[in-house]
Design a protein around this ligand. Sequence first.
Ligand SMILES: Nc1ncnc2c1ncn2[C@@H]1O[C@H](COP(=O)(O)OP(=O)(O)OP(=O)(O)O)[C@@H](O)[C@H]1O
Ligand SMILES: [Mg+2]
Length: 166
Amino acid sequence: MVVLNLGAGFDLDVQLAITGRRCIIGQSGSGKSYPVGVLVEELCKNGLPFMIVDTEGEYNNASLFVMTSRSEGMPAVLLEAQSYGIPAVTFRVKGIVDVVEEKFQGRLINAFDINTFADAIISYYRAWKSSKPKYCKLRRNIAKFVNSKYSDAAIIPKLKNMLIEN
Ligand SMILES: Nc1ncnc2c1ncn2[C@@H]1O[C@H](COP(=O)(O)OP(=O)(O)OP(=O)(O)O)[C@@H](O)[C@H]1O
Ligand SMILES: [Mg+2]
């Protein structure tokens, strides 16, 4: 067992730290990021491999969400991308059609027409290249639309109705 020392009197079993799901909760400034920094330093020192994905950074830098799913239940990752205003190129399949409004939030391509799918990706690339301000405006509109459609105020009454009816 490898134990990491994260500070005086605070040792952590590596297996506990990096397997399964962990979550650090605390109010702003309470010291969530700091121990994560110490943790990764200790992992480096012990030669243990790890990967950090900055989801928010990735979404903020992305310009297009490409999804090739054959079907979806509740496509949370698609909603997550759309909440950052990223237009989507997807196939017109179950689950996705409930989320993406054609030509506004993205393009729904007949399943599995890969040539049209590729053309849609290229057309977004051209739109991005030809006018960054226009593309930013599109992103803002998508983010505004999705964040209001799936806001607490919009969703909670629907959930309440569903639970009461059933
Ligand atoms: N154990 C510690 N020893 C020394 N300094 C610490 C420790 N924990 C936190 N700090 C310092 O306290 C400040 C806030 O910590 P941190 O940035 O980890 O908070 P946070 O909970 O991630 O904040 P936010 O919610 O804003 O992201 C930072 O300046 C950090 O360096
Ligand atoms: Mg932080």
